[in-house]
Design a binder for this molecule. Structure first.
Ligand code: NAP
Length: 254
């Protein structure tokens, strides 16, 4: 029997990139997965179709995050798809980062970043807490930018908030057997990570500072989430797990 048979999951931002890989991984492990997306209907349907072709179960949920009524829309879609089943696994993965450097961030973009990356996950967790089964899982996706200084100050601040939220919630939800953890990727080969291809030499310079000698792939992150979501991850809570392949562990003298 697959390790997540009879479990249910919601993965936000699952139409592409890391969220897609997480949705496919949880479904391959037996979970019924809500594939949430913001705008790309075709991509989300393709993720659901891929999961179903592989023998898994999934349904799409459309809800733009960061706007009024976002959480209500998301949970209407989730509850319809779950058909009365409780939620076992919540993965807050959706986020935005357009690479705007510190000096060009406007108040509007700052607010939008916090609305999508912080306010939405907070209220998603608040709403999910009531329907999460005892023994459930909350897994929030942060970033190595909380550890490695960059020019993306506002984005790093949103991820810092996510890590604090996870740690604090772990204490509050532990009595129900619900674990709350953060997974922090380094550079991953997705649309968001495509800046490494924006000029010659950037990828090489980045990889020079990754101990494992390559950028991450979405499955590298999905496998960590799969572990935390499984019963094997039951004794880890309140943790931030670095899944960066050892990005910027120290000066690389070679
Ligand atoms: P991505 O390729 O840009 O995909 C983002 C996903 O989030 C898409 O499914 C998108 O849906 C959804 N989304 C974005 N804004 C949304 C909104 N306002 N409302 C609803 N859905 C929205 O991102 P990724 O690289 O896979 O990143 C996933 C997570 O990993 C994020 O939390 C990110 O901060 C983190 N991370 C990424 C990297 C990296 O190098 N890639 C590194 C560290 C951390 P639609 O396309 O349908 O709108």
């Amino acid at each position: 029997m697959a390790v997540l048979t009879d479990k249910t999951a919601l993965v936000t931002g699952a139409s592409r990139g890391i969220g897609r890989a997480i949705a496919e991984r949880l479904a391959a492990n037996g979970a019924l997965v809500g594939v949430h997306y913001g705008s790309n209907d075709a991509a989300a349907k393709e993720v659901v179709a891929t999961i179903e072709r592989a023998g898994g179960q999934a349904f799409p949920i459309h809800a733009e995050l960061g706007i009024e009524g976002d959480v209500a829309t998301l949970f209407a879609g989730l509850e319809a798809g779950l058909g009365g089943k409780p939620l076992d696994i919540l993965v807050n993965n959706a986020a935005i980062s357009d690479g705007t450097p510190f000096e060009h961030v406007t108040p509007e973009w700052f607010d939008r970043s916090f609305a999508v990356n912080v306010r939405a996950p907070f209220f998603i967790v608040q709403r999910a807490a009531g329907m999460l089964a005892d023994g459930g899982r909350i897994i929030n996706i942060s970033s190595a930018v909380t550890r490695i200084a960059s020019q993306f100050v506002h984005y790093a601040m949103t991820k810092g908030a996510i890590e604090v939220m996870s740690h604090t919630l772990a204490q509050a939800l532990g009595s129900r057997g619900i674990t709350v953890n953060t997974v922090s990727p380094g550079v991953v080969n997705t649309d968001m990570g495509s800046w490494i291809h924006s000029a010659p030499g950037i990828e090489e310079a980045v990889v020079h500072n990754i101990a494992m000698g390559r950028v991450g792939q979405p499955n590298d992150i999905a496998d960590v989430v799969g572990f935390l979501a499984s019963d094997d991850g039951r004794w880890i809570t309140g943790a931030t797990i670095d899944a960066s392949g050892g990005h910027w562990l120290g000066p690389n003298m070679s």
